[in-house]
Design a protein. Structure first.
Length: 408
């Protein structure tokens, strides 16, 4: 195929522009920073903040990348030594492996950390198993029990603060003709929500630090947790394994259950179905002492800079911008999350009952943040809740953990 001179010149210019952009600079001569993050629901919020930042700069352009199955894509890019300038991700086992590999900047001693709640800085250290601080915690979430305030009022129910009170509340709801808990266990990741509250509160994160050293086993320590996982199943609905996350959000929005064991991330989805949903939220009580019960709260997004980035200074300027109270507030308000930035509060009434726990630091991280993804925790728990075999469940957790540990 032949091109005219004008068309050929245009194609050449286009190719030059594409190559220039790939090299880290856009056509205006600005440094281009790639911000790779893993939350599809947060893309719009980050787009707005990125636009605000880019408009305020004369020498930097930030570009967001948010692919499907982002963690898998990120791992592939790491293998290819193609690491984004800034990575936004949760403080999970995947983060731990990447932090230990040395691909991210060590932020220990960074003045940016002086703005951050120390609780969440320590969480990064605990998850990574490192004394160094790899990344900046940006936002946090929480896992607990949503409840329908109108149903609670109608049935004369009060917010439970102990395990026995929780089951008594569920029984009263059931006796009153209302579904106590709307379980959505067609999606296996949903089965982990009660597990996180029970495991983190009853055994603590220290269990996982000891498990890494081979000092403890699930079989020895997790029987009470397993028993309580099964007890909750007595108060679901007729199709616990046939409904998924989206089904549950719509059902709870319509007032079909008194309670819904869920994360704060679901609030915006529920409000899409019913903007006036009367949502309350309390930590899932796991024992007999209400004062010792902790809210499950972990780092939803941390911001890490690539050690080999050619534009670290510019990347840190963008992170500093995101940490400004006004911008942090904008993000958590849109996403119904909590800020790690000291002094920035979440004002949504739906989570008002969780705020005292956050203020006191009465929180503990998600247990599954410490369990390697290769263990396949979600499917193990889903199978257990269906077959109800505690011994087989605990043995499976130990066996799969050991298999992964042997490969590391």
């Amino acid at each position: 195929m032949k091109f005219g001179k004008g068309l050929a010149a245009s194609v050449s210019i286009l190719l030059i522009c594409m190559l220039t952009a790939c090299g880290g600079n856009d056509t205006s001569g600005r440094v281009q920073i790639e911000f790779f993050q893993n939350k599809p629901e947060a893309k719009g919020s980050f787009d707005a903040l990125i636009q605000k930042f880019n408009d305020s700069q004369s020498d930097i352009t930030v570009v967001q990348v948010n692919p499907p199955d982002a963690e898998t894509v990120l791992k592939t890019r790491v293998v290819k030594d193609d690491i984004p300038d800034i990575v936004g991700m949760g403080a999970t086992d995947t983060y731990s492996l990447l932090a230990q590999s040395g691909i991210f900047m060590d932020m220990t001693g960074s003045p940016l950390l002086s703005r951050i709640d120390e609780t969440y800085v320590q969480m990064l250290k605990d998850v990574s198993g490192m004394e160094e601080v790899i990344g900046i915690p940006y936002s946090t979430n929480a896992n607990g029990v949503m409840y329908n305030k109108e149903i609670f009022s109608k049935l004369g129910l009060s917010v439970p603060r102990t395990w026995d009170e929780l089951l008594a509340t569920a029984k009263k709801a059931k006796d009153g003709g209302t579904i106590p808990f709307y379980f959505t266990y067609k999606d296996d990741w949903q089965t982990v929500l009660p597990f996180n509250a029970l495991a983190s509160n009853l055994e603590g994160i220290e269990f996982y630090l000891d498990r890494r050293e081979g000092k403890v086993t699930f079989a020895d320590r997790y029987r009470e947790i397993a028993e309580k996982q099964l007890e909750l199943m007595e108060y679901g609905h007729g199709d616990n394994f046939g409904k998924n996350y989206a089904d549950g959000n719509r059902a709870f929005a319509r007032g079909e259950s008194a309670m819904y064991i869920q994360g704060t991330w679901a609030i915006s989805e529920i409000r899409k179905a019913n903007p006036e949903a009367p949502i309350g939220f309390f930590p899932l009580p796991t024992g007999d002492d209400p004062e010792s019960n902790k809210l499950i709260s972990g780092v939803d997004t941390l911001l890490a800079v690539a050690e080999d980035s050619k534009h670290k200074e510019e990347a840190l300027r963008f992170i500093e911008f995101l940490l400004e109270p006004e911008n942090s507030k904008q993000y958590i308000s849109e996403q119904t999350l909590f800020s790690t930035v000291q002094g920035v509060t979440q004002d949504d009434p739906a989570v008002a009952e969780l705020l005292p726990y956050l203020k006191r630091g009465q929180v503990v991280d998600f247990a599954d943040h410490y369990i390697p993804a290769a263990v396949q925790l979600n499917s193990i728990i889903q199978s257990f809740l269906q077959n109800r075999d505690i011994d087989a469940y605990l043995k499976k957790l130990d066996t799969e953990w050991d298999k992964v540990a042997d490969r590391r």
